[in-house]
Design a protein around this ligand. Structure first.
Ligand SMILES: Cc1cc2nc3c(=O)[nH]c(=O)nc-3n(C[C@H](O)[C@H](O)[C@H](O)COP(=O)(O)OP(=O)(O)OC[C@H]3O[C@@H](n4cnc5c(N)ncnc54)[C@H](O)[C@@H]3O)c2cc1C
Length: 312
């Protein structure tokens, strides 16, 4: 941090999808930015994957569409389908989107695609770097103040806990759903609130026999044990199951939307097997994460020289 630049026209809080995108697009306009990311290494969790035409059009404008598309083809079947099944090995309930681009491909020269979030973040980070942006990992924003001419941030370095002040003309708050910047500015959320306390289970299991040659990219499952969705690697040997609802909401609505109460390995294996529809399926649990499905929006997206972006 001692050698770190301590000013830039634009400061960015958070080096996730929104922060890295902001850094890359600002760089394409020749605007220098300084991004602070609390984590020392980016999150390996796959999270977002479905990217729309307008996003790809924007990526084309900064020269990364081709890199995004070729990485997508390594991870997903091109033009894959979004379907609903009772279980992965069971009965198809609906073709939600039978082919990702069918019916919309005349609307744009760019095509919708799937790409795991860590891969997209890597491409955006490289693009931002090449354009002259500075991204500082292991740097947590602990305080924010603005005045009529700029914004001051206090940064705490993860490696030694030391604090450092930086100043910019503007700040983009892209520090995620629990945004400290948004809270510091006293900006509330408005909206429906949480729908469910959801669970994502990362696992390894041979699901190729159930996927076969089907071009499925996102598979919703809906059965008496759970409602959720599978996203798998191209070989269908590993992936994750997102679980939004467990059991029957008619019988116990509270329990149904709290999928993440029992996180024992045996319960996680039971849920994966229920999603696949195979009671004896060999499954290795690689990890899990808890998250809330929430429909909220900040009550304002700008406060003076600070702009709120992404999940913040
Ligand atoms: C299982 C799952 C599946 C999903 N699928 C999709 C999908 O298909 N399509 C879709 O559009 N979205 C999807 N999402 C949501 C998507 O992942 C988020 O909307 C996206 O990550 C938001 O990006 P962001 O940059 O705003 O926030 P984040 O990705 O949360 O990034 C915020 C960053 O700020 C950092 N940070 C936080 N506080 C500080 C601080 N004080 N100082 C410095 N840094 C800080 C964090 O470490 C983090 O890296 C999914 C999410 C999950 C969990």
């Amino acid at each position: 941090m001692d050698n770190m630049t301590d000013e830039a026209p634009v400061l960015i809080a958070g080096g996730g999808l929104a922060g890295l995108s902001a850094a890359a697009f600002l760089a394409s306009h020749g605007i220098r930015s300084l991004t602070f990311e609390r984590l020392t290494a980016s999150s390996p969790l796959p999270r977002a994957a479905f990217f729309h035409m307008r996003t790809l059009e924007m990526f084309r404008s900064i020269g990364i569409e081709e890199a995004v598309r070729s990485q997508s083809e390594k991870e997903f079947v091109p033009d894959g389908a979004i379907i609903a099944m009772d279980t992965l090995s069971g009965r198809k309930l609906a073709d939600i989107i039978p082919n990702l681009n069918e019916g919309v491909d005349a609307l744009s020269p760019c095509r919708r695609l799937f790409l795991n979030q860590p891969s997209l973040e890597r491409i955006l980070r490289n693009c931002a770097h090449e354009g002259g942006a500075t991204i500082v990992p292991g740097a947590e924003i602990v305080d924010v103040h603005q005045d009529s001419t700029g914004v001051n941030l206090t940064i705490r370095k993860a490696s030694d806990g030391r604090r450092h002040d930086v100043r910019g003309d503007y700040l983009i708050a892209a520090d995620g759903a629990h945004s400290r910047v948004r809270a510091a500015l006293g900006i509330d959320y408005e909206g429906r609130g949480a729908f469910s306390n959801s669970l994502t289970i990362y696992f390894t299991a041979d699901l190729a026999p159930y996927i076969g040659d089907n071009p499925w990219s996102l598979i919703y499952v809906n059965n008496p044990t759970l409602r959720g969705f599978f996203r798998l690697n191209r070989a269908a040997t590993a992936g994750f199951l997102g679980v939004n609802v467990v059991g029957d909401p008619q019988l116990d609505a509270d329990a149904a939307v709290n999928a993440a109460t029992d996180l024992s390995e045996s319960r996680l294996i039971e849920l994966v097997r229920a999603g696949v529809g195979k009671r004896d399926l060999p499954v290795r649990i690689d990890g899990y994460s808890r998250w809330r499905a929430t429909a909220n929006v900040a009550s304002k997206l700008q406060d003076g020289r600070v702009f709120i972006a992404g999940d913040a």
